[in-house]
Design a protein around this ligand. Structure first.
Ligand code: NHW
Length: 398
């Protein structure tokens, strides 16, 4: 892997031209927090889409259309993110994509595809959704950019910068000038770098498919015993979140997220969209005090399976990803242990979490192991003081 110096020296022909923190700025504490460049007058924003190679055309993807949703699903299923060893590929479900893209106040024009002119086949994709993100004391309107994908046969042709410029243009047309995104690759310049941790729920399958390995001096049966979980949750008053809980959960979450340097500014509409349970998409649980019915704790995870590439016995890895968790009364490790128990009941193979927010307080105790993947967080056209730690981050992107 590359050292910091190699990254500093690596040229980024596209990213060097963009209003993002550049490597030369890292560690310069004189730079003030805030926009890197001011907004331009809306009338100066380019009115026509950027040029694509002649054989391709832009398309706006209507995620309400079953047909378009299928096309997007298949493009991502076959061409989206893989691990370094090309053993697994994210397999976001259609319901998940609809949830992730049709958010409160979304712009259809930010769901951008590229088609081959002749065949009309969808060959590339990028999306933005609007969000209010707080950075220290400022709440900033941003686009959360995700699902950047170029068909495997069209890689390394500099199509990605065109997609990024086009989504930027369409975000600018809505008078929004900042964005947040994550990537497994190092670009100029992460606001922080996080690590994934994995908690085996079905260790035998994880070992069989090569996701994990039998530990030193471990047998399969000892491993299965090590990761065994109780059959039911232990916290009194632990139950699924319902629509009527939205006001209480919003209060709990807003209060909790206020301590982080970067976090979403959720209102009740956002909480209703992002946290009300949806089958096979997002699960949310809370603790309602059996005495006074106060909502004191909350935990959630989303469902993101991965295709297992080239395994005879298994085709998908069912993974749960830790989302937003708040504890005020139940200790966080106990709350998350209950989350593991329900995830196991729902037949997930693994529970993943980043080392953000207060997650470090439960990862080791609950037998999560560090993964090899890193996730870098970025802001576009917004400078944050350098040296932010993952534990100061309160934002989860899908
Ligand atoms: S990260 C997941 C990205 N997707 C995948 O990894 C899927 C599999 N890979 C691919 O489809 C979550 C292709 O490899 C992609 C690159 C399309 C990734 N972010 O076309 P070229 C997100 O979706 C730069 C940003 O030749 P390619 C977040 C690369 O550094 N930039 O490459 C998305 C180089 O630029 P440089 C990335 O392999 C956030 C240039 O692309 C990148 O055929 C987007 C090479 O282009 C990545 N993940 O296609 C930014 N990967 O300067 C949003 C590569 O180094 C910014 N590159 O020469 C905000 C916009 C909104 C602003 C509003 C005010």
């Amino acid at each position: 892997s590359m050292s910091i110096d190699d990254n500093n020296n690596k040229r980024h022909k596209f990213w060097e031209t963009q209003p993002v923190g550049q490597y030369k700025d890292v560690g310069d504490f004189t730079l003030i927090e805030g926009p890197i460049e001011p907004p331009t007058p809306l009338s100066d924003v380019k009115q026509e889409p950027y040029n694509l190679p002649a054989a391709y055309e832009w398309t706006t993807c209507d995620m309400d259309s079953q047909e378009t949703c299928d096309e997007v699903y298949l493009l991502l299923m076959n061409n989206y993110v893989e691990d370094d060893e090309n053993m697994f590929r994210f397999n976001y479900s259609k319901e998940f994509l609809r949830w992730a893209l049709r958010v409160p106040g979304y712009y259809r024009s930010w769901h951008i595809g590229v088609r081959a002119k002749a065949s009309k086949k969808l060959v590339a994709f990028i999306t933005g959704v609007p969000a209010r993100i707080r950075v220290n004391d400022e709440v900033v309107k941003m686009a959360e950019v995700n699902f950047l994908c170029v068909h495997k046969k069209l890689r390394s042709k500099r199509l990605a910068p065109v997609l990024i410029k086009e989504v930027t243009r369409r975000v600018h047309l809505e008078n929004i000038w900042q964005a947040a995104y994550t990537a497994g690759v190092v670009l100029p310049t992460p606001i922080t770098t996080c690590q994934y941790w994995h908690r085996s729920l079905n260790p035998k399958k994880l070992i069989d498919v090569g996701f994990s390995r039998l530990g030193a001096r471990m047998t399969m049966s000892r491993t299965i015993k090590l990761y065994k979980l109780p059959g039911s949750t232990v916290t009194p008053g632990f139950r699924k979140m319902e629509l009527r809980d939205v006001p209480a959960v919003t209060r709990l979450l807003r209060n909790y997220l206020s301590q982080f340097v970067v976090a979403p500014d959720f209102d009740e509409h956002d909480v209703q969209h992002w946290l009300i349970p949806r089958d096979n998409v997002v699960d949310s649980y809370l603790v309602e005090s059996p005495e006074n019915h106060d909502i004191t704790d909350f935990c959630s995870f989303y469902t993101l399976p991965s295709s297992i590439l080239g395994n005879q016995a298994h085709s998908t890895l069912k993974a749960a990803y830790s989302y937003y968790n708040v504890s005020t009364k139940t200790p966080l490790p106990q709350l998350m242990n209950d989350a593991l128990i329900v995830a196991k009941q729902k037949d997930f193979d693994v529970f993943n979490a980043l080392d953000i927010m207060h997650n470090e307080s439960f990862l080791k105790d609950l037998k999560f192991g560090p993964g090899d993947g890193q996730l870098h967080y970025y802001l576009y056209n917004y400078r944050v003081r350098s040296g932010m730690k993952p534990s100061e981050l309160g934002l989860v992107l899908l």
